[in-house]
Ligand binder design. Structure first.
Ligand SMILES: C[S@@+](CC[C@H](N)C(=O)[O-])C[C@H]1O[C@@H](n2cnc3c(N)ncnc32)[C@H](O)[C@@H]1O
Length: 250
């Protein structure tokens, strides 16, 4: 696929989609994804949706440790007992597609030696969204994608305080941009906190479908002021969040 073709497909998916799932389904279908991995599976909600709707998928690799991680300060870091049940839910959901599914019960770092280089068309990164997590994920996973494939992900949050200051900051944004720049790859920002990088080293370029270009350092890094502001920022849509932040910083 040429860069121009990828641009057209991604732009159409953005225009036609009204939710994160719809966007991902449109992208994966139209980009012709056949072999993919999802990093961070949780209860397999997205895995099931993709397997049910993207008929051309031949191999779907699930990577998740499904265990408590002592150094991961995020809301979904549950107990080992809870993770057993979360994994069971995921495996039940994907059971109808068992001939396509490969489970790797591991963190990205542990899974690294189990995925061959250039063996995948696309990886969806949705695991540990801290700076440490996204750094390890993008560095270890890019070689797993064939040339002309894609690496994309969730939680490309416009504020690093996605889960309030009680938890570790989410730094998928801006790290993924710097990663793409380091590798001379084009990156598309997308709605619904998504990004996608085209693994074709034709020069760094940002195609900003998600409205990240107008963000200020304050928007990205300033912690919400006070508990009320934190709660409001957490529960409200993006446009309202910006207004609240501006209001609270007056
Ligand atoms: C946000 S959930 C995934 C949601 C799922 N992709 C969906 O859309 O339904 C995050 C998952 O990442 C997993 N996780 C955390 N750290 C990880 C790591 N270092 N490598 C792989 N997965 C990780 C957690 O166990 C958790 O199940």
């Amino acid at each position: 696929m040429t860069f121009e073709e990828a641009c057209t497909i991604i732009e159409s998916a953005v225009v036609e989609s009204k939710s994160r799932k719809e966007l991902l389904l449109n992208l994966f279908k139209d980009l012709g994804v056949k072999r993919m991995a999802e990093i961070g599976v949780w209860e397999g909600d997205l895995s099931e949706t993709i397997l049910q709707n993207v008929d051309q998928i031949e191999r779907y690799v699930l990577v998740d440790p499904w265990r408590n991680l002592p150094d991961w300060n995020k809301p979904l870091n549950k107990s080992n007992v809870e993770f057993e049940s979360v994994r069971n839910t995921a495996l039940t959901r994907v059971a109808p597609f068992k001939e396509k599914v490969v489970e790797i019960r591991a963190t990205t770092k542990e899974a690294n030696s189990k995925i061959d280089d250039a063996s995948l068309d696309l990886i969806y990164v949705d695991g540990d969204h801290t700076l440490r997590g996204i750094t390890i994920d993008l560095i270890l996973l890019l070689p797993k994608i064939r040339r002309g494939g894609f690496i994309c992900g969730d939680d490309f949050s416009k504020t690093i305080w996605q889960h309030t200051t009680k938890y570790a900051p989410t730094e998928v944004f801006p790290f993924a941009l710097y990663f793409a720049e380091a590798h001379d790859l084009p990156i598309f920002t997308l709605p619904y906190n998504q990004f996608i990088i085209f693994n074709e080293p034709r020069g760094f370029e940002v195609i900003d479908h998600g409205g990240y270009g107008r963000l200020t350092p304050e928007d990205i890094y300033a912690p919400p002021r006070g508990r009320l502001a934190e709660l409001l920022v957490r529960k409200t849509p993006g446009s309202v969040k910006r207004f609240i932040k501006q209001f609270m910083s007056r």
